[in-house]
Design a protein around this ligand. Structure first.
Ligand code: NAD
Ligand code: GLY
Length: 365
């Protein structure tokens, strides 16, 4: 059991990480007023985990309104968000009712955005059930839905009151989803934690075999990194942007291919390889560094090549990136393994070269 903390003044909150802690549902009671919660999940996760949570809450005398949404990135839309608002309104939920998001990043991002908007803000709790959500999306308060023209373009910064990450829920996660989560884990090593990168090189197979001790350590170490960055730069004025290594290219892949065709973590993996190639073109990384990064993603079973969409299409999609400032594209690149920078020094020609170097007809999947 690990208990971490995100330090944000009066919006600080704990991250509880452990095996089987979903059974200790009384952990959420301090954050529930008037004994009423809205539990938001999806059609895949609900049959696995919802009834136990509901039973546990009801045993504590808490009224539970269940909202089960369709599953998938393609449903991270305004229409699906509205289903949450329908449930909140038709069940007379108040501003003090607590919303619990039980699921992966899609449910967490949508549930969080609904909580931010409903009556201008209701308390919410993240119960992440994918590796990606446990190491990244449930922490830090970024909430959003997609727009056909750009990913996560409509959203809000809105912090949860508690994050409850049960490592045991990863037992039921499909292999492909587990690997997608590993992409965000590798990210922390690359951008700011070289010794964690070394640990990942030594322990990748344990993670993929779902060794619970290794998973719990990776979740803890990732959340420690994320909590530090968020505490220093909640609204992404600077350092927080570094958490987006590979994401500008990755979001272009997700939007360009259609949401859900490549998983977010897969697109981030291929995007990270483009970013490392660009870092090499700028003279910051060596060929050996590229080999080292590529080898780790390869061992994780993640894409190391991006799909060919044409460099011009990549650039067009990348112009919708949230890091664009004054019309200028800024990218997260690597000065070295373990140190990232946000920079606009790369020329369009260099970016095109990097994209072309890392694209194959279909990418790696
Ligand atoms: P996801 O939420 O779509 O979950 C992946 C799949 O696994 C889904 O089919 C889901 O139903 C299923 N699933 C979830 N938990 C399961 C379990 N325990 N057992 C079996 N199946 C389970 O995808 P994700 O990778 O968790 O999240 C990706 C999303 O997160 C993207 O929309 C991305 O933009 C967002 N994201 C947000 C942030 C942030 O800071 N807010 C950071 C990174 C990613
Ligand atoms: N996943 C990027 C961030 O939270 O800032």
């Amino acid at each position: 059991m690990h208990e971490l903390y995100v330090s944000l003044g009066d919006r600080s909150y704990p991250i509880d990480i452990g095996v089987g802690i979903l059974a200790q549902i009384e952990r959420i009671l301090p954050y529930v007023r008037h004994k009423k919660v809205v539990l938001v999940s999806n059609t895949t996760i609900a049959p696995l985990y919802m009834s136990d949570v509901v039973r546990g809450l009801m045993a504590l005398g808490v009224e539970v309104i269940e909202v089960v949404l369709p599953d998938g990135e393609a449903y991270k839309t305004f229409e699906t968000l509205n289903l949450i608002f329908d449930a909140l309104l038709s069940n007379q939920c108040e501003r003090s009712t607590t919303l619990i998001a039980l699921g992966g990043g899609v449910i967490g991002d949508m549930g969080g955005f609904a909580a931010a908007c409903y009556q201008r803000g209701m308390p919410f709790i993240q119960v992440p059930t994918t590796l990606l959500a446990q190491v990244d999306s449930s922490v830090g308060g970024k909430t959003a839905i997609n727009h056909p023209l750009g990913k996560n373009m409509i959203g809000a910064f809105y912090q949860p009151k508690l994050v409850l990450a049960d490592i045991a829920t990863l037992d039921t996660l499909p292999d492909r989803e587990l690997k997608a989560g590993v992409a965000e884990v590798i990210k922390y090593g690359l951008i700011r934690d070289l010794s964690f990168f070394d640990w990942l090189e030594a322990n990748m197979e344990r993670l993929l075999e779902r060794d619970r001790e290794a998973l719990a350590y990776a979740v803890k170490r990732s959340c420690e990194n994320k909590a530090e960055v968020v505490a220093a730069d909640e609204r992404e004025k600077g350092e927080r942007a570094l958490l987006n290594l590979g994401h500008t290219f990755g979001h272009a892949i997700e939007t360009g291919l259609g949401y859900g065709v490549w998983l977010h973590g897969e697109a981030v993996a291929a995007g990270t390889l483009i970013a490392t190639e660009l870092s090499r073109i700028l003279g910051w990384l060596s060929g050996d560094d590229i080999q080292r990064v590529e080898a780790l993603f390869r061992r994780a079973g993640l894409p190391i090549h991006a799909p060919k969409m044409g460099a011009a299409r990549y650039l067009e999609l990348m112009r919708h990136d949230k890091k664009v400032e004054g019309g200028k594209l800024r990218l997260v690149l690597l000065r070295k393994i373990g140190e990232a920078v946000l920079t606009d020094v790369a020329t369009e020609e260099q970016i095109v070269l990097a994209i072309e170097a890392r694209c194959t007809e279909t990418g790696s999947i």
